[in-house]
Design a protein around this ligand. Structure first.
Ligand SMILES: [Zn+2]
Length: 197
């Protein structure tokens, strides 16, 4: 069992609170090795089991982030980037910032990104967006989306992509799709917009 602390950000009322929870299926060292994405899933599962809701508005549409085991963050973009640099791996970051309805895209990462890597990377990110329920995307005036993936360098003809994290708030599913596709189509990503709207 591992006790984690995290920030619970509510996608409905936009308030955040610091909380802790026990994750029965993980040893601390294993949770620290896992991705933030999987840790978020484990926390949400336990929140459901224990019927934990946003204490401001009662919503269950809550995103756990800045997850810590002891004092150690499970995901920190700069340390994941450094690790990728040291291992000669690839990292792709994709961010959307919405300010007063205006959405700006930013891509980042590590490594010499080929079109094939970017195509697979954006495909992976869009697929995760696609399978998250539309009702969890609650559009507001301002919003934020961030996803990061890593992969060892391509030595055969495909990448072994690890989905590090995905955070979203204040954007509709369609806005996330449009924002990412604006870039992703350049690398040959094809995905039906009907799946997102
Ligand atoms: Zn709330």
């Amino acid at each position: 069992m591992t006790t984690v602390t995290y920030t619970a950000g509510c996608r409905d009322c936009l308030q955040a609170e610091n909380q802790s929870i026990n994750i029965p299926d993980y040893r601390p060292e294993d949770l620290l090795q896992d991705t933030e994405y999987n840790a978020m899933g484990a926390i949400n599962f336990q929140r459901d089991e224990n019927n934990i809701k946003c204490s401001f508005c009662g919503s269950t549409n809550v995103e756990p982030f800045d997850i810590k085991v002891g004092n150690q963050l499970i995901f920190e973009a700069s340390s994941v980037a450094n690790q990728a640099k040291n291992n000669d791996d690839f990292m792709l970051e994709c961010e959307l910032k919405k300010e007063n309805g205006n959405i700006k895209f930013r891509a980042g990462g590590v490594g010499d990104h080929s079109n094939l890597f970017l195509k697979e990377g954006y495909n992976t990110i869009l697929n995760r967006v696609r399978f998250n329920s539309k009702s969890t995307f609650n559009p507001k005036q301002n919003g934020y989306f961030y996803a990061a993936i890593t992969s060892p360098k391509n030595i055969t003809d495909r990448y072994d992509i690890s989905f590090e994290t995905m955070r979203y708030l204040g954007l509709s599913k369609g806005e996330v799709y449009d924002g990412i596709m604006e870039k992703a189509t350049k690398y040959g990503v094809e995905m039906d917009d009907k799946l997102f709207k």
